[in-house]
Ligand binder design. Structure first.
Ligand SMILES: [Zn+2]
Length: 491
């Protein structure tokens, strides 16, 4: 980062033990968690290759994102290129006078065929700037070793002159919040923010057990242009343009944290088949984002109430709004949850070079998946006297995939399929759910939320903004289900 104001990262890459006459290098065309094809290579410039003695090597390209260096028999190849980066987001990278923040897919190439190899990253920060990412263990650490390329680019990094760093311990794990806030912050607001993040972690860890990690880091940029959240194995990137308001009931960044931290299990570890190990050479079309994103969306929304950050009426308003979208959005009859997931590369960050009819033909797998999650959660609770919930379905899915024999160099277990989700739900429901999945996941039938809510002594109130109301004369059985849904607890 020799000149932050230029927005140019200077990347050097040493490849040792090269064999053969050519060295193929690939820059991802997409980045996991954002599904559109991005072609990060369009921001690469001044690419040069040299051998161990510093002699220039010839190179060519076979497509926009694949370089081939003619090695001339060299065993050590040195590459150097610059990357223009001027977008703070969960996918792109930025370098400017305020900070550096990168997502590795936009910066780092891999040697074709060698994604599983360990890699080392050395960071040379501008004088006086500090490095923080999910892997930093000491204050002045500049060298990071990753077990493979996937982990390198799954470790977004912030480098800034001054950040607020706090930590807390939950379930024996160390959690850190890094906040790069644009403007001054009251000490009490900072404390409340960290406490609220801790409440979220405490609730979400109770859902499926604490994740297998020693340290997890929330990277927040608050009050800077942009808005995004992105999940990673040991960290998350959260960007919110609204600076903190001391009086706000929910400080900016908190809702996104509730969503992103849920991904620590759902999608980052218990994952659809296409999402680890990853094929970075083309965008990935797959049918399960209604689970990976939709269930995460549901639990993230529920977490604010269940963790005690917002009161019950806010929980009801949120869930009422979710049901409203699921019963009124024009695109819901055109696209099933399954097909909406499949179309993610068209819509999730996808450029729209031509006008589309998306408002009528697309309905987000976030909202549709969250609506299905709400239904399943409350339906299972009603069916089992609050003895079971969607938590159990996810646990069953985790047993089938995460606890299965490890199928590749990447993480433990294997990715799940659509059949795994259906079987996990059937197992917990104690009945064959195939017909239900055909109608509501593969099909576009509306769910009967009125009948479902009645089983918890609740009523849907349809107005401009739908909400949910408690029926005063609810039975003890209805109250048990209602209490379970509100608190997230079973039994
Ligand atoms: Zn998400």
């Amino acid at each position: 980062m020799p000149d932050p104001a230029s927005h140019l990262y200077d990347v050097s890459m040493d490849v040792a033990g090269v064999r053969g006459d050519t060295l193929p290098l690939q820059l991802p065309v997409w980045s996991p968690g954002r599904y559109a094809r991005m072609d990060f290579a369009r921001n690469v410039q001044e690419f040069r290759a040299t051998d161990g003695a510093g002699r220039a090597l010839r190179w060519d390209k076979t497509n926009g994102s694949r370089w081939v260096v003619l090695t001339g028999g060299a065993r050590d190849v040195h590459l150097r290129y610059r990357v223009f980066a001027n977008a703070l987001s969960g996918t792109f990278s930025v370098l400017d006078s305020a900070h550096a923040n990168w997502n590795g897919a936009a910066l780092f190439m891999y040697v074709e065929g060698h994604k599983p190899d360990p890699v080392t990253l050395d960071i040379v920060p501008p004088t006086g700037w500090h490095i923080i990412n999910g892997d930093t263990r000491t204050a002045d650490q500049t060298t990071f070793r990753f077990e493979n390329y996937d982990r390198l680019i799954d470790t977004p990094t912030e480098v800034a002159p001054a950040v607020m760093l706090d930590s807390f311990v939950v379930d024996g794990r160390r959690y850190r919040t890094m906040v790069h806030h644009n403007g001054p912050v009251a000490a009490a607001t900072r404390e409340r923010f960290v406490r609220d993040v801790e409440k979220i972690v405490r609730y979400e860890n109770s859902v499926f057990s604490p994740p297998p990690l020693e340290q997890y880091t929330f990277l927040f940029n608050i009050g800077f242009p942009g808005g995004d959240g992105m999940e990673h194995l040991y960290s998350t990137q959260i960007i919110n343009r609204a600076p903190w308001q001391d009086s706000a009931a929910v400080l900016s960044g908190i809702s996104t944290a509730a969503h992103e931290y849920f991904h620590v299990w759902n999608v980052k570890r218990v994952r659809p088949k296409a999402l680890g190990p990853f094929d970075y050479t083309r965008e990935q079309y797959q049918p399960s984002l209604w689970v990976a994103e939709g269930w995460t969306q549901y639990y993230g929304l529920a977490a604010l109430g269940r963790a005690g950050i917002v009161p019950a009426d806010a929980f009801y308003a949120t869930m009422g709004g979710l049901i409203q979208a699921n019963l009124t959005a024009p695109g819901r009859k055109e696209v099933s949850a399954r097909m909406a997931s499949f179309h993610a590369p068209f819509w999730d960050g996808g450029a729209q070079p031509q006008p589309t009819n998306g408002a009528n033909t697309f309905f987000s797998y976030y909202t549709k998946g969250a609506g299905l999650a709400l239904y399943l959660d409350l339906w299972l609770r009603a069916k089992a006297g609050n003895g079971r919930s969607l938590d159990d379905v996810f646990a069953a899915l985790k047993r089938r995939s995460w606890n299965a024999p490890t199928s590749s160099y990447y993480l433990q277990g294997r990715g799940y399929t659509e059949a795994d989700v259906e079987h996990a739900a059937s197992e917990v429901a104690g009945e064959d759910m195939h017909g239900w999945f055909e109608r509501y996941v593969g099909g576009t039938e509306d769910l009967d939320y009125d009948a479902l809510l009645a089983r918890a002594g609740l009523r849907l109130v349809r107005g401009d903004r739908w909400t949910i109301e408690e029926i005063p004369d609810a039975t003890p059985a209805q109250l048990t289900v209602r209490r379970g849904w509100l608190t997230g607890r079973r039994g």
